[in-house]
Write a protein that binds this ligand. Structure first.
Ligand code: SF4
Length: 143
């Protein structure tokens, strides 16, 4: 199923999915989403203030994301630091936190699949043996 872009007519929340949410998670208005083009969605999202996360804030965000999940940040701190440097360098160069160990296709929709953290639980490197990890080893299975 193809994902499309939807905009809340009340608060301009943007949703990217196969269907709009029944309830806007931001302003809580029901049936609020209208379909918009990808270009319009990008312009709306890009029109906000520059609120990029600092590296430490991003690390904390990833730790919160992993808490309660079957995975966690790799306990190898040096490796995590190296990967996060790559993630931030990609953001500086290309505007999004692209995966530090994969190559962009330059197709916007396709490249959204490698924004970190990606959907790594489907990676064979994660699914295979115990001790699985995301493609780069930023996240590992809890043992
Ligand atoms: S493979 Fe790991 S480092 Fe790369 S985008 Fe996915 S979660 Fe991030």
């Amino acid at each position: 199923m193809e994902k499309r872009h939807w905009r809340c007519f009340v608060c301009n929340d943007i949703h990217h999915g196969v269907a709009p949410p029944g309830l806007c998670p931001t302003c809580k208005v029901p049936n609020a989403y209208v379909e918009v083009s990808a270009a319009e969605a990008r312009r709306i999202v890009g029109g906000g203030a520059d609120t990029s996360l600092a590296p430490d804030e991003f690390r904390t965000a990833l730790e919160r994301f992993a808490a309660g999940n079957e995975f966690r940040l790799n306990p190898d701190r040096e490796r995590v630091d190296l990967l996060l440097r790559g993630v931030f360098e990609n953001e500086r160069r290309y505007g999004l936190k692209f995966c530090p160990c994969r190559v962009r296709t330059k197709d916007w929709e396709e490249d959204l699949r490698i924004v970190c953290p990606c959907n790594f639980t489907v990676h064979e490197t994660y699914q295979g043996a115990p001790g699985g990890a995301c493609w780069c080893g930023l996240f590992v299975r809890r043992t």
